[in-house]
Design a protein around this ligand. Sequence first.
Ligand code: OOG
Ligand code: MG
Length: 254
Amino acid sequence: MNALALRLDEAQQRATAIEQLAEPLNIAEAYEVQTALLALRLGRGEALTGVKMGFTSTAKRQQMGVEDLIFGVLTDGMAVRDGGTTDLATYVHPRVEPEVAFRLGKTISGQLTAEQARDAVDAVAPALEIIDSRYQDFKFSLSDVVADNCSSAGYVIGSWNADPAAIENTNNLGMVMSFNGRQVQSGSSAAISGDPLQSVIDAARLAGEIGQELPAGSILLAGAATAAVPLEPNSEVTLEVQHLGSISFRTEDS
Ligand code: OOG
Ligand code: MG
């Protein structure tokens, strides 16, 4: 299992794709590889900042041909500052997705009611996720992508909004993502499992299933509202989320 984590870690660090796994893993084994990958990042001095949900929208499930919800981990080494720049040479074949992020005010794990999930969130923000499969052609099975930490590569979070009304009303916000002012995706936060808050419930359940908890202070990326779009060099990527504001980052290619 660790050998697999080392291969995926090296692929990420060298920004070079590897072949799909020859031996199929079961989901529990795939999450073990993900945990080993995180240990390698922590060993390099990175800190865990949160988790992300994946395949929460029909658009994403159709784009990637997979059916189940997945979750991955985020570290400070993946954070891109709002208004900052990221170098495309550090990724294999990066794509970007429009998302919503929550910040947890309470530690959660296992089954939560909708009310408990809402209560565990202390702020909400617009977010962009940069995903980058370490597999050739961005192709994978469900367990392959889980082992690859669900393609996690980068994320940008906007200003946190702690207004209880904002947290309560994330279920139908208009979202527009643009490259250099040209709209590339638009949709609604309703595409994220009907309501992005559902991702808090699902993340707590999935963490509980593998004996983990999501600590207070964690960031939770709720999942993409639309299909992902390949990043292009020298672009300004912006996301505008109704009521929550806009965020952006620039791409360069060294
Ligand atoms: C897996 C990551 C999916 C999302 O928001 O649905 C994801 C992938 O598509 O490579 O982050
Ligand atoms: Mg995502």
